[in-house]
Design a protein around this ligand. Structure first.
Ligand code: 13P
Ligand code: SF4
Length: 311
């Protein structure tokens, strides 16, 4: 495997040869973000995947994101650098689990966060991402019970924001749950001029302290446009790379986590992807996302409903 500049060149060469597009999430390692054709949040990446004219999508994110790309654009080859790039939310909620929950609450609608696998999507009435969840929840009929899966933290936040009662699946993101409200309160005390910005997967105690809550793309826009010059950032720290580019004069401080020996908030899953693995997956066109066609069609329905309701 080539190294350094030669590796970057080799990936660019493969991209040309194979008419591939590289899509990457903001939590990816910096060098992957730099080589990507498109960098975005979950919703933006799903849209890019749906609309691409490329023959191959090299998806640098976690498994459920690459799977969503395949669901939306089945004629393209979708490869990802590491199939072990999972997600604690997706791993904690199965299609069978949702089926059981539906049976428990007859007549309920199920709104599911995009951080889930295809089987779980197939059992859902509508999918949401952190960018469109509030709008979508507000648009759902009021006369039926509403189940929200799998992120209970995002669910609680949405209940508070919209006033809509929801039955919550008991799942969470291991990265965002690690933020410590006490230590962040101390950071705010030490930096009285800083604003705390947080992703809604964080726990309520952290969100209650936040000056702004939003998806990764919303957090980026906020840092860029807000008049403040200092921000404490409560989300996966890979996003700081793009924040520094978009708001070069501003001070960005990663929010602290419970574990005092580790001042980081890295998603272990997102960071399984490396430049070497990206090169290999493009060269050998493996690992590839494949899916049963019946399952794909079932999973597509609630995603398309989401896209129709998103701006
Ligand atoms: P966004 O849709 O806000 O990018 O969130 C994705 C994610 O996995 C957050 O942990
Ligand atoms: Fe999943 Fe959390 Fe990692 Fe996002 S940060 S991919 S929600 S484990």
């Amino acid at each position: 495997i080539p190294q350094g500049e030669a590796l970057v060149e080799a990936i660019l060469q493969l991209k040309k040869e194979k008419n591939a597009v590289i899509l990457a999430h903001y939590y990816q390692p910096a060098e992957i973000q730099d080589i990507a054709d498109f960098l975005g949040d979950s919703l933006q990446l799903a849209r890019q995947a749906k609309d691409t004219e490329a023959d191959m999508i090299a998806f640098c994110g976690v498994h459920f994101m690459a799977e969503a790309a395949k669901i939306l654009n089945p004629t393209k080859k979708v490869v990802l650098p590491d199939t072990q790039a999972g997600c604690s939310l997706a791993d904690g909620c199965s299609g069978e689990g949702l089926r059981k929950m539906r049976a428990q609450y007859p007549g309920a609608l199920i709104a599911t966060y995009i951080n889930c696998n295809a089987e779980t999507k197939a059992e859902s009435d509508i999918i949401v991402t952190s960018s469109n969840a509030e709008t979508i929840i507000r648009s759902l009929p009021q006369d039926r019970p509403l189940i929200f899966a799998p992120d209970k933290n995002l669910g609680r936040y949405l209940m508070k924001k919209t006033g809509r009662e929801m039955i919550l699946w008991d799942g969470s993101c291991i990265v965002h749950e690690a933020f410590s409200m006490e230590r962040i309160a101390q950071q705010l005390h030490e930096h009285p001029d800083a604003k705390l910005i947080a992703h809604p997967e964080s726990e309520t105690a952290v969100l209650d302290l936040a000056h702004f809550i939003g998806s990764t793309s919303a957090l980026l826009n906020y840092v860029e446009k807000d008049a403040a010059t200092k921000f404490i950032v409560a989300t996966e720290e890979g996003i700081l790379h793009e924040m520094r580019k978009r708001a070069p004069g501003k001070t960005l401080i990663p929010a602290l986590v419970f574990d005092e020996s580790c001042n980081c908030s890295e998603c272990f899953f997102m960071k399984r992807n490396t430049m070497e693995k990206l090169y290999l997956c493009m060269k050998y066109e493996l690992p590839e996302i494949t899916m049963d066609e019946e399952l794909r069609q079932k999973a597509l329905v609630p995603i398309e409903k989401m896209l129709a309701l998103s701006t």
